[in-house]
Design a binder for this molecule. Structure first.
Ligand SMILES: [Zn+2]
Length: 84
C-alpha cells in the first residue's frame, strides 16, 4: 500500500508552527499524530505501507530533473565525448 502525504494536511515535521491551531481548529502536531496512528492501524492489520512525504518527493524530483538535464542526450556522446 502506498500513501502520499501532503506535509501541511498531515502535519509533517518539516512544517513550522506545529502547535498553532489551523483554520480547521486542530494543530499540525495533532494531524501528524492522527496520521501516524492511522499508519499504525494499517500495519497492525497486516498491510505493508510505503509512505511518501510531499517535501521529500519534491527533493527527489528536483534532483532527478537536475541529473537528467546534466546527462548527455545521446549514448554515443557519453561513450566518446568529443574525441570523434
Ligand atoms: Zn514535509
Amino acid at each position: 500500500m502506498y500513501e502520499f502525504f501532503g506535509c501541511f494536511w498531515h502535519g509533517h515535521s518539516c512544517q513550522p508552527f506545529r502547535d498553532v491551531a489551523t483554520l480547521s481548529g486542530d494543530t499540525l502536531a495533532e494531524r501528524h499524530e492522527r496520521t501516524m496512528s492511522r499508519l499504525e492501524q494499517l500495519t497492525q492489520a497486516g498491510y505493508q505501507v510505503k509512505v511518501q512525504w510531499e517535501c521529500e518527493f519534491e527533493e527527489k524530483t528536483t534532483a532527478h530533473a537536475f541529473f537528467v538535464r546534466q546527462s548527455p542526450q545521446c549514448t554515443r556522446d557519453a561513450l566518446y565525448g568529443d574525441r570523434m
